[in-house]
Ligand binder design. Structure first.
Ligand SMILES: NC(=O)C1=CN([C@@H]2O[C@H](COP(=O)(O)OP(=O)(O)OC[C@H]3O[C@@H](n4cnc5c(N)ncnc54)[C@H](OP(=O)(O)O)[C@@H]3O)[C@@H](O)[C@H]2O)C=CC1
Ligand SMILES: O=C(O)[C@H](O)COP(=O)(O)O
Length: 525
């Protein structure tokens, strides 16, 4: 048992030990060390190995998290009440003023320190990702390392982001008798709501830019991946970020969500999640900036002159990495008829090589996050088969584990042509022409990303012009990264852009100070 003395901060090793012992907690307005101390005292005194509720919410209510792999209860965590949330927002608002006045280089140092802590605890955090969301070991480690890289990049880019000057005489009829000083200032308190599929990385991609620009944050953890997300928060705390600047609330979005997104102390919301959640939050949030990355129906369009080997390997990887539980997964293929048989044969061969099993064994395909997700995927398959789709690889399911499934001859009357499976399911639509493919993609209410596979770059560029999605990849699979690239959904896929620089800008607002001079001034002789 790790011992701490009163008042000292716990290490991530302590957190890891607590996790092994199934001990859960929440961080409220920076009361991290107090809660950890409570946990350790409880453990030492009554040697409790299972379920200890610490830093209990004002109602004492808890939520349970179940393993995607075998359905057993793995964690119990606090279900924060509106009273807890209110406290967190007040703590965030109070600390933000001081945080915004902390020199930029110092804020950057805190972030860099958090990145070091994450990197040095990548194995523990990856274990947590494997347990909670069944991400395989390789992808789990990569999520943590990528997050550390992202935080460091935010710290560096944030140091270079400054305001600018404007003179009036560039506008017709004006004289050079004013000076406009354009500052980027913090928004205030940012509510960060990450999804289950990247509970570490997609939390950091919100929190780090917000902190760098002088905001304080309240994080609402996703219900799957809650402990992994707490690890990230712990890294910020252990880096020494002052109390109250990073606050965490655990609990279910369906219960506490409305209270959070309508709280008067929230100055901005950054959310990644489903389109339904995003639309509902955006209607309630009112006049505050929103950054939203929502669902996608990312299409891969394969035209006659495509390099088929390249298309096959990009589509297979794009569709099935982390079981297709990525907003950027290839969720539909439009292939022109002339090359459809060759593409389908190649995909079948490639996908049959994928290993299916547990995250700990580093299988390519692991259980999807929830039983209800597996049921949903199964219903999409049944609907398509009933309406005439052909199984290229057969649908097979054991609890939450779904074998990678390819459906050919999908048409626009099938649900899978429009809905987002968020699972290892790839529908293929054979089209007469590339124009027909573009029309289908543009009919989707979602517009996150798309791919075009063609050897003719000029034609690919021409087709890309017509696609209504935030990003188009030519001869590559859809992807958010590298994380400094802009990442934005069009239509129901989101509001605003993410990506290091774009997120830093989104986490700040413009304030101008205009100096008026009695005479014209040209700063030259
Ligand atoms: N475009 C993008 O970048 C990405 C999009 N996604 C999309 O997210 C979906 C899967 O992720 P998933 O986590 O299941 O998405 P959800 O929309 O179910 O949840 C996302 C987050 O929102 C919270 N939430 C749920 N309801 C509310 C509410 N009423 N008010 C405030 N917060 C709420 C959730 O909490 P809780 O978990 O407690 O319900 C969770 O933290 C897919 O549709 C996918 O496409 C996912 C990743 C990236
Ligand atoms: O959450 C998601 O699905 C991501 O934003 C996609 O990220 P990736 O393309 O790096 O998997």
């Amino acid at each position: 048992m790790t011992k701490t003395t009163k008042g000292t901060q716990p290490t991530l090793a302590t957190l890891s030990k607590m996790e092994k012992d199934n001990v859960f907690f929440y961080l409220l307005n920076g009361e991290w060390s107090k809660h950890c101390l409570d946990i350790i005292i409880v453990l030492l005194t009554i040697e409790l190995i299972f379920l200890v509720c610490i830093g209990t919410s004002s109602t004492g209510k808890v939520c349970k998290e179940h393993s995607p792999c075998n359905g057993t209860e793995i964690y119990t965590y606090q279900s924060c009440s509106s009273e807890d949330a209110n406290q967190a927002f007040h703590a965030a608002a109070a600390s933000q003023v001081m945080w915004a006045k902390t020199p930029l280089w110092k804020r950057a140092e805190y972030l860099k320190q958090a990145a070091i802590i994450l990197r040095s605890h990548q194995d523990e955090i990856a274990n947590s990702l494997m347990n909670e969301i069944a991400k395989n070991r390789k992808n789990a480690i990569s999520e943590v390392v990528r997050t550390a890289d992202l935080i460091e990049y935010v710290a560096e880019e944030g140091m270079r982001l400054s305001g600018k000057l404007m003179y009036p005489d560039s506008f017709p009829g004006q004289k050079r008798n004013q000076l406009c000083l354009i500052h980027r200032v913090p928004l205030g308190v940012v509510l960060c709501i990450p999804p289950f599929n990247y509970p570490v990385n997609l939390c950091a991609s919100k929190v780090a830019p917000a902190l760098m620009m002088g905001n304080s944050v309240v994080i609402k953890t996703p219900s799957h991946g809650v402990i992994s997300c707490l690890y990230l928060a712990a890294a910020f705390h252990l880096a020494g970020i002052p109390r109250g600047v990073v606050n965490v609330l655990t609990g279910k979005g369906s219960e506490i969500g409305d209270y959070l997104v309508t709280h008067p102390l929230v100055n901005a919301i950054s959310l990644t999640g489903g389109t339904h959640t995003g639309l509902s939050v955006s209607k309630k949030a009112g006049m505050i900036p929103l950054q939203m990355e929502l669902g996608g129906k990312d299409a891969a369009i394969v035209v006659c002159d495509a390099d088929l080997q390249q298309s096959i390997s990009s589509i297979a990887s794009g569709a099935f990495s982390y079981n297709g539980q990525r907003c950027t997964a290839v969720k539909i293929v439009y292939v022109v008829k002339q090359v459809a048989d060759a593409l389908v044969d190649g995909l079948k061969e490639q996908v049959e090589k994928l290993s299916v099993g547990s995250p700990q064994d580093n299988a390519d395909i692991t259980p999807v996050v929830h039983h209800s997700s597996a049921d949903y995927i199964e219903k999409l398959v049944q609907d398509a088969i009933q309406k005439g789709a052909k199984q290229v690889t057969p649908f097979k399911r054991k609890d939450n584990l779904i074998w990678p499934t390819i459906l050919d001859h999908v048409d626009k009357n099938m649900r899978v042509a429009w809905e987002e499976p968020f699972g290892p399911l790839l529908p293929i639509v054979r089209v007469d022409s590339e124009v027909q493919a573009i029309e289908m993609v543009n009919k989707s209410p979602m517009g996150l990303q798309a791919s075009i596979f063609s050897r003719n770059m000029e034609n690919a560029m021409f087709l890309a012009d017509f696609l209504k999605t935030g990003t188009i990849h030519l001869n590559g699979q859809p992807a958010r990264g590298p994380d400094h690239f802009p990442f934005q959904g069009w239509k129901d896929s989101g509001i605003g852009s993410q990506g290091v620089l774009y997120s830093l800008e989104a986490m700040s607002k413009i304030k101008s100070i205009v100096i008026h001079f009695a005479k014209e001034t040209y700063t030259c002789n």
